[in-house]
Design a protein around this ligand. Structure first.
Ligand code: C2O
Ligand code: CU
Ligand code: CU
Length: 504
């Protein structure tokens, strides 16, 4: 394991053409030494028409770095959790037992559920207790996830392993033309970066910069596997990519520049597949890709430096700090078997998606995202209400930091609203809202690219940008429990860039 300072030096010298492995696999030839772990499927037990899942949050340990043991958190295992599979229209009940030795919560990210079942920071599961939410799966099929959402400690608990994937099925996501055999041609890829101490333990937030930029690591894990390889047995593979990192944004591509079809975003299928050669994925975002391996050539899934033309590039004096989004590194080695089973071709239309109309919106809200740094490095905005700057970075939405006792927005059930997000800081914030899926209207007045025209629950808001989304708040009314919205850079969320809303 090379030291952080050395690593930054190495990374800084990469030209952006050659694809290299990340430490500890600096040598491209040796990348892909471990078989990719596939999280076990947990399909639950159908009892009296309710699908019941049993989850246990626990401590564990795992070897990520040769010869070293890393203390971890996991769900029904040592690190991360099983993939929960459920179907649209079903009633599900989850039993979440906490044996962690400390409190936690469990949030179903991207799921349209009543707020008492949402698992936000108010729904603390104390050590030794069990939380049992129930809900009906009402939304379209797609790839969502679950993770800890403990106030001020989400970053740390997710970093240690409290996260997993949720796959929602419906008739469209399971159709024959789409690869959908879990672990065979339908592959979950939870991409995370981690830093380690000398003794093998996770290194979480050592410097103030780790909070300011969010926590970055120099080792990439996919489903908890470092330096992973996967061997396709079919000509086409569906990859369900979840950026489960605390802060890193990936620019996903293949090392030979091949194109792929993007078939789904956060909340389900796109109207039609979108052919691309690279796609940015911010923390908490998901994309489903269908990739053709019929030429049999080995290739690596990589992350490229963020394109110079991307609106998500860090600006001003923060530019140097976020060089981490500008490295080239391997994520997954893909080595097709010599005999490949032929997959069907993709249908021309994936789903009929009704777009919400701007004219249906009855309320427009503006949320300004801003940050301030300690040590006299104040940034614009965000210092209302007499808050004083601490020694750490602080984060604001409309000048306020998260307060469990303040409800920041009130939404009426049944309303369609437009939320205008204004980024008044020098770095991108992936904004996420609970309760359901929205549609992006525009960025700085321009409609989003095709792959962002589907259902979304997390949207990148670049520095200086104004992004508008439209969303219908429906089905669940609750005057006592609040949903959350926040930046999904977990250190920003934990340090104030979060707010609450009622739907009544
Ligand atoms: Cu993925 Cu409020 O969280
Ligand atoms: Cu969420
Ligand atoms: Cu942020």
């Amino acid at each position: 394991m090379i030291k952080r300072r050395d690593f930054l030096k190495v990374a800084g010298s990469i030209g952006g053409v050659a694809v290299i492995g990340f430490p500890p696999t600096l040598n491209a030839q040796s990348f892909g030494s471990n078989l990719l772990a596939i999280p076990p499927l947990l399909a639950g037990n159908l009892v009296d028409d309710i699908r019941r899942y049993s989850l246990r949050v626990q401590r564990g340990s795992k070897t990520f770095l040769a010869g070293l043991n890393t203390p971890t958190f996991g769900i029904n295992g040592d690190f991360l959790g099983p993939t929960l599979r459920m179907s649209r229209g079903e009633k599900v009940a989850l039993s979440v037992r906490n044996d962690l030795g400390e409190p936690t919560t469990m949030h179903w990210h991207g799921l349209h559920v009543p707020v008492y079942a949402d698992g936000g920071p108010h729904h603390v599961i104390d050590n030794g207790t069990t939380w049992e939410p129930e809900f009906t799966v009402m939304q379209a099929g797609g790839t969502c996830w679950y993770h800890s959402h403990l106030l001020n400690r989400t970053g740390e608990q997710v970093y240690k392993g409290l996260a997993g994937m949720i796959i929602i099925d419906d008739e469209e996501t399971l159709r024959d033309e789409l690869p959908s055999e879990y672990g065979i041609d339908d592959i979950p890829l939870i991409v995370q970066d981690r830093a380690f101490n000398q003794d093998g333990s996770f290194r979480y937030v050592g410097m103030r910069m780790d909070v300011m930029t969010g926590m970055f690591g120099d080792t990439i894990l996919v489903n908890g596997t470092p330096s992973p390889y996967f061997e396709p047995t079919t000509t086409r593979v569906r990859f369900r990519l979840l950026n489960g990192s605390n802060a890193r944004t990936y620019t996903l591509a293949f090392s030979d520049g091949r194109s792929f079809e993007v078939i789904a975003s956060d909340g389900g299928l796109l109207p039609a597949a979108v052919r691309m050669t690279s796609v940015e994925l911010a923390p908490a975002e998901r994309v489903e890709l269908v990739v053709d391996f019929s030429n049999g050539n080995p290739v690596n899934l990589v992350s490229l430096p963020m394109s110079a033309s991307s609106p998500n590039n860090t600006q001003g004096m923060m530019r140097n700090m976020l060089r981490m989004n500008h490295q080239t590194f391997d994520i997954l080695a893909v080595r097709p078997r010599s005999q490949l089973r032929r997959s069907a071709s993709l249908p021309a239309t994936l789903t009929a998606m009704a777009r919400l109309q701007e004219s249906d919106a009855v309320v427009a809200r503006t949320l300004v995202l801003s940050m301030a740094m300690g040590g006299g490095m104040a940034m614009r905005g965000g210092m209302r209400r007499g808050r004083t700057m601490g020694t750490d970075a602080s984060f604001f939405i409309n000048g306020e930091s998260m307060d469990m006792n303040v409800i920041n927005q009130h939404v009426f059930m049944g309303d369609t609203e437009i939320w205008q997000l204004v980024n008044d800081s020098m770095m991108m914030h992936p904004f996420h809202i609970h309760h359901g899926q929205f549609q992006i209207l525009d960025r700085n007045g321009r409609p989003p690219p095709a792959h962002e025209m589907g259902h979304k629950d997390t949207v990148k808001v670049g520095p200086g940008e104004t992004v508008r989304f439209i969303m219908r708040f429906e089905h669940f009314s609750d005057a006592e429990h609040a949903y959350m919205y926040h930046c999904h850079i977990l250190e920003h969320e934990d340090n104030g860039m979060m707010g609450q809303f009622f739907v009544t």
